[in-house]
Design a protein around this ligand. Structure first.
Ligand code: CS2
Length: 490
C-alpha cells in the first residue's frame, strides 16, 4: 500500500506540482463549501496565481455541514490531486493553494475568526443553489427555512451560509478590520447581487448601521464558473493513487475545459487569477445566461430524460442517437434566447458542449445532476422558456425538459424502482403530485401552481402548459424511450 500524500517530496516527475513555495505564502481567502468543484476550479486558478504572481492568497476552506473534507485533506497538509481526464489521456497535478479546511460543525469559533481576520480579503462560496436559503418567489430570504429562522434568532451562533457571512462581518467591523469581497461562485443568475441582497436583508434586522457599513465597504461581484466535475468516487481515488503513488483521500477528477468570468469589482485586491485563464469583465450577465441556459439547461434535460431512460452517466446518454439530437436541439433553442456574448460564437460554444458532455473519460452521473430540480430549473429552463414564448420561438425543448422533470418527480422508474427525490422542496412536490401519477394534466397544473417555481407569465402561458402536458401524456402512456424517440423525429 502506498504512503499518504502529505508532502511534495519524491512525487513522480509526471505529476505537476505547485509552482510556489507554500510556506512563504499567507492566507487571504476564506472559501465556504470545499467540495469537488471548488477543488477542481477556483483552487486551481489560485494555485496558478500564486505561482505566477505570489501574494498572500492561500485559501482557508470551510465546510459548513460535514467534517469529511477537513478529515481527508488536513492530514495531507491541504494537498490534493486534480486528475484531468479526456479520452485515454489522464494528467495529474497536485494543488497547493488550500492551507487548511475548517469544519464549521466542530469549530464554529475558528470559522468566525477566519472570516474576521484582517488578512482575509476575499470570502468566496460554492454552496450550491439551495445553500443560499432564498425564496425564489420574492428573491429575498426564505423565512420558512429552519436554518434561517434559527440564525435570525441567534445570529452569534450561525449555521447557515448567510448567517456565517453576517456574523463574520459583524466581527470584522467590531475589530476595525477593513471590508472585503464576497465572491459567489454558484450557478445562479446575478449570484453576486443575490448574496448581497440576502446579507443586507438579514443584517437590517439586526443593526442598520452595520447594513450601511456593509453596503459601503463590502463588494459582491458576480461570476460565471464552469468545469464539469463529477463527485469523487472510489475510482477517482484509485486513479489518483496510480498517478501519484500516494494515497490521496481528497483527490478530484475533472475535464480539461475550465472557464471563469468575473466582474472586476473587488474591495481589497485579488489574486492574479488571469494566470489560470480567468476573464475579468464589467458585466458577467451575458456569460452567465449563456452558461446557465445552454450548458446547465441541456445538462438538466439530459439528467431527467437520461436517468429515466436508464443512462447512468451523461456520456451514456450522449452515445444514444435520439438523445444527441435532443441535446443539439436544446442548445439551439437555448442559444436563440441569448443576446450576443462578447468574444463567443454560440454555435461553436454549442459544438464544444456536445464534445464535453460526450467525454468518455468523465463519469458524471445523471442522478447527481437531477437533484435539486426546483432550485435549478427556474434559471436553466423556465427563464429561457419564457423568453422564447414572448418572442414566439419554439418551446419544444423547454417543454420536453419540463415534462421529463415532472415524470422524474414521481420518484419511480418505469420498472418500478423507487428513488429518493433529493430536493429541498421534495415535500411540496410530493404533496402536489400525490395521487396524480397517471393524470398528466393534473400533475402539470399542480406543479405549475407551486409558489415561486415558475414565472407567473410562463405558468399562465397556455401554449407552454399544453406542450408540457402533451409530452407528459406521451411519457406516461407510451413510455420514456418512445417519448424520446418521438421527440427526436424531424
Ligand atoms: C450540473 C453542474 O450538477 C449540475 O447541476 O449541471 O454542476 C455542471 O456540471 C457545472 O455547472 C459545470 O460547470
Amino acid at each position: 500500500m502506498s504512503a499518504r500524500l502529505t508532502t511534495l517530496d519524491d512525487l513522480p516527475a509526471t505529476v505537476r506540482m505547485p509552482g510556489f513555495e507554500r510556506r512563504e505564502r499567507g492566507a487571504g481567502i476564506v472559501h465556504l463549501g470545499v467540495g469537488a468543484f471548488h477543488r477542481a476550479h477556483q483552487a486551481v486558478y489560485t494555485d496558478d496565481a500564486l505561482a505566477r504572481s505570489g501574494g498572500e492568497w492561500m485559501i482557508t476552506g470551510v465546510s459548513l455541514r460535514s467534517c469529511d473534507v477537513a478529515d481527508s485533506i488536513n492530514p495531507q497538509s491541504g494537498l490534493y490531486t486534480v486528475l484531468v481526464r479526456a479520452g485515454e489521456g489522464i494528467s495529474a497535478r497536485v494543488v497547493g493553494s488550500i492551507a487548511t479546511v475548517l469544519a464549521a460543525p466542530r469549530e464554529p469559533a475558528q470559522v468566525l475568526d477566519a472570516l474576521a481576520a484582517p488578512s482575509t480579503r476575499i470570502v468566496s462560496l460554492t454552496v450550491t443553489e439551495k445553500g443560499y436559503g432564498f425564496d425564489p418567489a420574492s428573491g429575498g430570504l426564505d423565512r420558512t427555512r429552519p436554518e434561517i429562522i434559527a440564525d435570525l434568532a441567534t445570529p452569534a451562533r450561525p449555521t447557515s451560509v448567510v448567517g456565517y457571512l453576517v456574523a463574520g462581518l459583524v466581527r470584522r467591523r467590531a475589530r476595525g478590520a477593513p471590508g472585503l469581497t464576497v465572491l459567489s461562485c454558484d450557478n445562479l443568475p446575478d449570484n453576486g447581487g443575490l448574496v448581497r441582497r440576502l446579507v443586507l436583508e438579514f443584517v437590517r434586522e439586526l443593526d442598520r448601521d452595520l447594513a450601511d457599513w456593509i453596503a459601503e465597504t463590502v463588494r459582491f461581484p458576480s461570476t460565471m464558473v464552469d468545469r464539469i466535475t463529477p463527485a469523487t468516487s472510489d475510482e477517482t481515488l484509485a486513479e489518483a493513487e496510480r498517478a501519484t503513488g500516494r494515497v490521496d483521500k481528497a483527490a478530484v477528477e475533472t475535464e480539461p475545459f475550465s472557464q471563469w468570468v468575473i466582474e472586476d469589482d473587488f474591495a481589497a485586491g485579488r489574486p492574479d487569477w488571469e494566470a489560470g485563464g480567468a476573464l475579468f469583465v464589467a458585466s458577467v450577465a451575458p456569460y452567465e445566461k449563456m452558461k446557465l441556459r445552454m450548458l446547465n439547461g441541456a445538462h438538466s434535460m439530459i439528467a431527467y430524460a437520461g436517468f429515466l431512460a436508464g443512462h447512468v452517466h451523461v456520456r451514456d446518454a450522449m452515445a444514444h442517437g435520439a438523445m444527441r439530437v435532443l441535446v443539439e436541439r436544446h442548445l439551439r433553442d437555448a442559444a436563440r434566447t441569448l443576446e450576443p456574448v462578447p468574444g463567443i460564437v454560440l454555435p461553436d460554444y454549442a459544438a464544444r458542449l456536445m464534445e464535453r458532455f460526450a467525454n468518455p473519460a468523465i463519469a458524471h452521473r445523471t442522478e447527481q445532476i437531477a437533484m435539486d430540480g426546483t432550485q435549478k430549473l427556474p434559471q436553466r429552463i423556465f427563464e429561457p422558456a419564457l423568453a422564447a414564448y414572448e418572442a414566439g420561438w419554439p418551446l419544444d425543448s423547454f417543454a420536453f425538459a419540463t415534462a421529463m422533470w415532472l415524470r422524474f418527480v414521481l420518484g419511480r422508474t418505469e420498472d418500478g424502482r423507487a428513488y429518493a427525490l433529493r430536493d429541498p422542496r421534495a415535500a411540496a412536490l410530493a404533496a402536489a403530485t400525490d395521487g396524480k401519477s397517471g393524470d398528466a394534466g393534473g400533475l402539470v397544473d399542480a406543479v405549475f401552481e407551486l409558489d415561486g417555481l415558475m414565472p407567473g407569465r410562463l405558468a399562465q402561458a397556455r401554449p407552454f402548459r399544453d406542450a408540457v402536458e402533451t409530452r407528459l401524456v406521451r411519457i406516461l402512456e407510451k413510455g420514456v424511450d418512445a417519448a424520446i424517440a418521438r421527440e427526436a423525429m424531424p
